[in-house]
Design a protein around this ligand. Structure first.
Ligand code: GTP
Ligand code: MG
Length: 203
């Protein structure tokens, strides 16, 4: 069971991307997918609808899975492995979560079940890079999130020009030059082939 985290600041497009990616994973790759969401945002994940298409959905409330309810998350990881045995678990933490802490909680849950920690995907919203990296606003948190990324998904590229996408990727690249950068749009599907390949690599 591989755990893939889809992190990123509030409103960066995590839920929308998670839904499109999970559908592709099960329809195109035939994988058994489970979703773990923490505090549902603007676009609710309709657990019943998702479960009808063969996925398992766990919603963890009561706090952030990177801190207050990290142990609940760890327990959920263990339960999923035992009861549902998915190939892949996609996790959407809250928009203020620190990816390395979510990863630590996942590792804790995976201690006595066979769990592999997959890539950490951090979304970076191409429509507002300057605001996101403004140190007087949320820059510190966003920088911290980006620093933990294996893959930076430069999101919502359908809404901006190619030049703006390049500028956003360059700005994120100053924080974490070693990451893989994938421009994505959950509206047009741009970048999803590459994202899918990265997520299932070796599965
Ligand atoms: N143009 C465009 N808008 C998008 C895209 N993905 C998401 N959005 C919009 O961005 C807003 C936030 O999307 P969500 O998927 O809810 O973002 P989130 O990161 O899950 O938000 P929180 O869970 O509240 O932090 C919504 O209005 C979406 O419709 C995209 O690829 N392109
Ligand atoms: Mg969300």
């Amino acid at each position: 069971m591989r755990i893939v985290q889809i992190a990123g600041f509030l409103g960066s497009g995590k839920t929308t991307l998670l839904l499109r990616l999970s559908t592709l994973l099960s329809e195109r790759k035939g994988l058994r997918v489970a979703l773990v969401v923490n505090e549902i945002g603007e676009i609710p994940v309709d657990g019943r609808v998702m479960e009808e298409s063969g996925m398992k959905v766990k919603d963890i409330g009561g706090g952030c899975i990177c801190c207050e309810v990290a142990s609940t998350f760890a327990r959920t990881v263990k339960q999923l492995a035992r009861d549902f045995a998915p190939d892949l678990v996609l996790v959407e933490p809250t928009g203020v979560a620190i990816p390395r802490q979510v990863k630590a909680a996942a590792e804790m849950g995976g201690r006595d079940v066979a769990v592999e920690i997959g890539p950490v995907i951090v979304l970076f919203d191409a429509t507002r890079p300057d605001e996101l990296l403004d140190m007087e606003l949320m820059g510190r948190l966003v920088t911290n999130q980006l620093a933990d990324a294996d893959i930076v998904a430069v999101s919502k590229v359908d809404a901006v020009s190619a030049e703006e996408v390049r500028r956003a990727a360059a700005a994120a690249g100053e924080v974490i030059p070693g990451a893989t950068f994938i421009p994505v749009s959950s509206v047009t599907g741009e970048g999803f082939d590459q994202l899918l390949a990265a997520v299932v690599e070796g599965l």
